[in-house]
Design a protein around this ligand. Structure first.
Ligand SMILES: Nc1nc2c(ncn2[C@@H]2O[C@H](COP(=O)(O)OP(=O)(O)O)[C@@H](O)[C@H]2O)c(=O)[nH]1
Ligand SMILES: [Mg+2]
Length: 174
């Protein structure tokens, strides 16, 4: 029985808030606000400080912290990354122009801490989703990093990702 802190990061609109809301056992503490600036039109609300959710996977408890997207809230990143055990980089697989940003997030979060991470290709239920090798290439994930598909609105799919995360964490503990 362990408690792990997992950061869920990824470009704007990649599904971070959905991912946490779908799997959390508690009402998600969310800091979504109406969009006032650059991304208006894509969706009505965006996360400004963080999302927080909690879920049990078998014996273990995961604390999930979703990062904000817009540039002016990036100061939150290293606060959220403190003492994280691992992180997930979520990518909207239908939004190829966002892949380089995901590559930067991998670099950024790896630099905060040497924590294990997964690259997760989200929205694979949608037409036009890139395949896993395109996502790997686009995000410059190295060959030892797991890239896996996900539909963040489906609980079983999110749990698959978290099971994989726990496997990584247990491996890192050894
Ligand atoms: N079809 C589909 N839509 C998704 C999926 N994940 C998220 N979405 C939708 O994508 C939009 C952005 O999700 P959100 O969680 O707000 O993204 P965030 O900016 O990363 O927090 C919302 O309208 C979600 O309902 C998915 O796996 N499939
Ligand atoms: Mg969000």
């Amino acid at each position: 029985m362990s408690v792990y802190k997992i950061v869920i990061t990824g470009p704007f609109n990649s599904g971070k808030t959905a991912f946490i809301k779908t799997v959390s056992d508690i009402p998600v503490v969310s800091t979504e606000k109406k969009i006032t600036t650059e991304d208006r039109g894509i969706k009505a609300e965006t996360t400004i400080a963080m999302d927080f959710g909690r879920t049990m996977v078998d014996e273990d408890t995961l604390h999930l912290f979703g990062t904000p997207g817009q540039a002016r809230f990036h100061f939150m990143w290293d606060i959220l990354a403190r003492e994280m055990d691992g992180f997930v980089v979520l990518i909207d697989s239908t939004d190829e122009p966002s892949f380089p940003e995901a590559a930067e997030l991998i670099e950024q979060f790896s630099s905060f801490q040497n924590a294990p991470y997964l690259v997760v290709s989200n929205k694979t239920d949608l037409e036009g989703a890139a395949n896993l090798s395109e996502v790997r290439r686009g995000t410059r994930a190295s060959s030892e990093v797991t890239v896996m598909p996900c539909v963040a609105t489906q609980k079983s799919s999110v749990r698959q990702v978290l099971l994989q995360m726990i496997e990584l964490l247990k491996k890192a503990e050894k």
